[in-house]
Design a protein around this ligand. Structure first.
Ligand code: NAD
Length: 320
């Protein structure tokens, strides 16, 4: 099997390659060529850790495998980031393990690529202002990927912990974009595109805050109970997601579904817009993409990394 170490990923994988891999796999999912397996996520009762597996099979690209890992909230004492994961690929013809790939940077890149795909296909025409809710590890990747796919004039941001806002200011400066910290009513009124990427368990962005046309990429909610948006806002928007089964169970739309405000049939896979089988924004006032994070995203970027690592001689061969 081939091993691609976490430390090599930064030199191999570009945001451009991640974007293409994610757009392609979303399209394959919507045309039933690729599917995700049910997610396993367990509180293991040790170190407050959440551990689990996300896997799938892309029958078009013949990519089979899983990402194993999770969230260890006390990792700072070990000098490690809290999210830890490894992606395993298997030969779809034989079942033999084919590769193990460091999954930490790839998770950030594939998550940012997912919201960027939604921005490419759903942002209102002439969108100028990007609104960021969240200033943690993922937020910088999100902003960079959004700015790569769409030319914004300005970034505005809010975070429940204001002391973290310097991350957004620094990332905007790196992108040569002006940045202003604002309150949520201003963010909802002024941003044409909003990315939310927090660990919140109750709504922050309220229905009354958002004056369209607006596209919202809700990226933080990936577990039962987490929530970033007002269900009333969800109920009046046109709804998209990566994977409907995850959206209604562990994604942002779980809450509007549980409250009976929306039906599952109101949610469209983003890949259908990529494929051109759904018209997308088409005059909608507010669109929301619920990015729950699917195993096929991890497999798509890992397969690309293995291809690049082999080409550059950076994949280690080991017998198993
Ligand atoms: P982080 O720990 O670096 O940052 C956490 C962010 O959430 C900060 O903005 C912080 O201020 C905010 N926050 C923390 N506790 C909060 C609370 N109780 N209420 C409201 N906000 C709170 O985390 P990160 O790596 O930036 O990840 C952010 C979120 O994105 C997490 O929930 C993570 O699980 C999720 N995530 C989703 C995907 C996906 O595919 N959808 C992928 C990776 C991470």
């Amino acid at each position: 099997m081939l091993v691609v170490a976490e430390k090599e990923i930064g030199g191999l994988m570009t945001p451009e390659a991640a974007f293409d891999a994610i757009e392609q796999v979303f399209a394959a999912m919507a045309s039933d060529k690729a599917y995700n397996f049910p997610v396993v996520r367990e509180a293991i009762g040790h170190e407050d850790a959440l551990y689990g597996f996300k896997g799938g099979f892309d029958g078009a690209a013949l990519t089979l495998g899983l990402k194993a890992g999770g969230y260890w909230p006390n990792n700072q004492k070990h000098g490690l980031i809290n999210h830890q994961s490894t992606i395993f690929l298997f030969d779809a013809d034989t079942g033999r393990v084919a590769a193990a790939v460091g999954g930490n940077l790839l998770t950030a890149l594939r998550t940012a690529a997912a919201s960027a795909v939604s921005i490419k296909h759903l942002a209102p025409k002439g969108a100028k202002v990007l609104g960021m809710i969240g200033a943690g590890h993922q937020s910088a990747f999100q902003m960079r990927a959004a700015a790569r796919i769409h030319r914004f004039d300005k970034v505005i941001g809010w975070n429940p912990h204001p002391e973290m806002l310097s991350r957004l200011a620094d990332t905007a400066a790196e992108l040569d974009l002006p940045f202003e910290a604002v309150d949520l009513p201003r963010l909802g009124a002024e941003a044409d595109v909003i990315i939310s990427i927090t660990s919140a368990f109750s709504p922050m962005l309220l229905d009354a805050h958002v004056t369209g046309p607006t596209h919202i990429a809700a990226m933080g909610t990936d577990t039962k109970g987490k929530q970033e948006l007002d269900p009333a806002l969800v109920a009046r928007a046109r709804l998209y997601t990566d994977e409907i089964a995850q959206s209604v169970s562990i994604g942002e739309f779980q809450h509007a579904i549980a409250a009976g405000l929306i039906a599952e049939e109101a949610i469209t896979q983003i890949g259908a817009v990529v494929n051109g089988t759904h018209p997308g924004r088409d005059g909608a006032e507010v669109t929301i993409f619920d990015g729950t994070g699917v195993g096929l995203q991890d497999l798509a970027v890992a397969a690309k990394v293995v291809e690049l690592a082999e080409r550059k001689g950076l994949a280690q061969k080991v017998e198993i």
